[in-house]
Ligand binder design. Structure first.
Ligand code: WTA
Length: 584
């Protein structure tokens, strides 16, 4: 496969894909052989931020644009690799001045602005652990994550800070709020109350551009991302600096980054995709990355693709379906001819989406499969490999994937089972924060069990079937039913609640809640609206139930656990399965 590229000055050149023969590379692959793709310190030390920034700031990429930032108001700023080095060094110095040391947790609760890059990478430079919070999170979601990780500092904006203010009294470890503000912060005389507010702009202005990066070990923890399971509160997925090796190499081979590319990952840094492929993978490759602050809007997105001459585009099936819905006509208003390779992640990519891509962009979307826990893409479609419409593709070189039964035994071809991966890939999660027991339960008979159900076909392609657990994927965002249920029962009118994902043509799934009201309350439209608002405010704007059903009581096991499986089966008219544990 070759791609012909025509540059602005009309010169033509032919691009060879970085991965030319998938089968050949897969057969002989060893991660050790690609260690020199990234840069190591002496004694085998490794810092992911050094790889993403500093190594480029000292070579021919020094003055190359690393980041194109298009603000929500349309203003465009560009930052070179040297600029990024200085910004990240400055932030590292700010943390150092505050006394933040290796291993401590620094959270980013920010919109899509350049401070995300400065603070995420600056945190890694001091050896502290960076984490991100999706800007739609409400008080409860913030409290769980900041509390569980004993966060020391949060970088945020005045707007978002209001939500932290409501819970700060319950966060004894939270010492600093670093405020990214357009206006200088009013100095508060005799400020003593915790957490102490720090002015990001002021401190950055004063901080030195030079910083001696912490020489971290490849296994030292670098970043921590909270994600939802089917039971219990969200869990902190811990990744090591070593992850950057795989983020780098998968971005190179799957996203096919070349020096002249302009790359846009539409995911927010509140989720793993925004970290692994919005920051670490592409920067480690010396790429030029677009950071688009605005919300989703078809015309806005098309004009950004045109304006920035985006060549590589990583997005999600819900966005693709929404673009399809907006119609083909509007695509004709824009010059989208710079696009040369496009891909998707987060939920099943329907064949219609791929066909539509071919029709309007003359390119097929390439599906990629991975998770917060896997840290980088593990199964995907490669530029050099034929796509089977609807399949997630094949395992990346170095990845052994299989479909196994409940006891961890491999199943024959074309049989549905648990999608499982042989542990040991570089960007595998290292633990769950403060919960080694729960971490160990992710493995069975020598396999990491992903929580997805799949089958493998006779050609080695993997096909997604669904989740094995109750985790909901709505608009590609991962939501745990337990978190939603916990907030619902805090509403004064609600006695008990059960939450499921209901298939939805546009969003993949929507959240549906079944609620039983307390005595004295009766269902009505105002109450329904109030419940939705309550969840948005307390948990997250994206995690509220779009549908609510009022029921007299919920199906429960004899031990009192809500049977979501049964709620779902009844909702979808599916067989109820084994109901022997159902209470009378
Ligand atoms: C789902 C996102 C079908 C899956 C990077 C997985 C997918 C969960 C695909 C992880 C895909 C991700 N096809 N389903 N190509 N990619 N998923 O942690 O259920 O937000 O387990 O990571 O998304 O979601 P997470």
């Amino acid at each position: 496969m070759q791609t012909e590229i025509v540059t602005k000055d009309q010169t033509k050149f032919v691009l060879q894909p970085n991965l030319k023969d998938y089968e050949a590379l897969y057969k002989n692959f060893d991660w050790k052989n690609v260690h020199n793709e990234i840069e190591w310190f002496d004694n085998g030390e490794l810092n992911a931020a050094y790889n993403a920034v500093d190594r480029h700031a000292k070579n021919h990429n020094k003055n190359k644009v690393a980041l194109i930032y298009e603000a929500a108001n349309g203003k465009i700023d560009k930052y070179t690799y040297l600029d990024l080095k200085h910004m990240t060094n400055k932030f590292a110095n700010v943390l150092k001045k505050l006394g933040i040391v290796k291993g401590e947790r620094v959270f980013l609760f920010l919109p899509r602005i350049p401070a995300v890059y400065a603070s995420f990478l600056g945190t890694l430079k001091v050896g502290a652990i960076a984490s991100t919070l999706f800007s739609a999170f409400g008080e409860e979601a913030l409290l769980d994550r900041l509390g569980n990780s004993k966060a020391k500092a949060v970088v945020t904006t005045p707007d978002l800070k209001q939500r932290i203010d409501k819970i700060k009294d319950k966060l004894p470890d939270l010492t600093y709020i670093i405020l990214v503000n357009n206006e200088p912060i009013q100095k508060i005389e005799g400020q003593s109350a915790m957490p102490i507010t720090i002015d990001y702009n002021e401190e950055m202005k004063e901080a030195s551009k030079e910083f001696e990066i912490e020489k971290t070990h490849p296994e030292d923890h670098a970043f921590l991302l909270y994600t939802s399971g089917s039971t219990g509160k969200s869990k902190g997925v811990v990744h090591a600096h070593m992850a950057v090796l795989q983020q780098h190499y998968t971005h190179k081979l799957i996203h096919d980054i070349h020096p002249e590319d302009i790359y846009w990952c539409t995911a927010d840094h509140g989720w793993v995709t925004g970290i692994s492929y919005g920051i670490l993978g592409p920067l480690s490759n010396g790429a030029t990355v677009l950071l688009y602050e605005g919300r989703f809007d078809p015309e806005g997105w098309y004009s950004a693709l045109e304006r920035h001459e985006v060549t590589l585009w990583y997005t999600a099936p819900t966005a693709i379906r929404m673009l399809m819905k907006a119609g083909e006509e509007i695509t004709k208003k824009y010059n989208l001819s710079h696009l040369r390779h496009i891909y998707s992640v987060g939920e099943p990519l329907n064949p219609e989406g791929i066909r539509w891509g071919l029709k309007v962009f003359n390119l097929p979307f390439h599906d990629t499969w991975w998770q917060t826990e896997t840290g980088s893409m593990l199964i995907s479609n490669y530029p050099c490999m034929p796509i089977k419409l609807g399949s997630m593709g094949k395992p990346f070189p170095g990845i052994v994937a299989a479909v196994v039964d409940d006891t961890g035994q491999e199943l024959p071809t074309n049989t549905e089972g648990h999608l499982a991966i042989k542990p040991g890939w570089p960007s595998m999660l290292r633990t769950l924060w403060g919960d080694e027991e729960r971490y160990k339960k992710l493995f069975n008979n020598g396999w990491y069990i992903t929580g997805d159900r799949a089958r493998k076909d006779e050609d080695g392609y993997f096909w997604y079937i669904g989740r094995a657990d109750d985790v909901i994927k709505t608009s590609g965002e991962r939501v745990g039913p337990f978190e939603v249920e916990s907030v619902l029962v805090e509403h004064p009118a609600i006695a008990e609640a059960g939450v499921i994902g209901k298939p939805d043509e546009l969003r993949g799934e929507i959240i549906k809640a079944f609620v039983a009201l307390r005595a004295g309350y009766t269902p009505n439209p105002e109450l329904e609206e109030d419940i939705k608002k309550f969840v948005k405010q307390h948990l997250a704007a994206h995690a509220y139930p779009r549908e609510i059903a009022f029921v007299d009581k919920l199906p429960k096991t004899r031990s009192g656990k809500i049977m979501r499986r049964l709620l779902r089966a009844r909702e979808l008219g599916l067989p109820e399965g084994d109901i022997s544990t159902l209470e009378d």
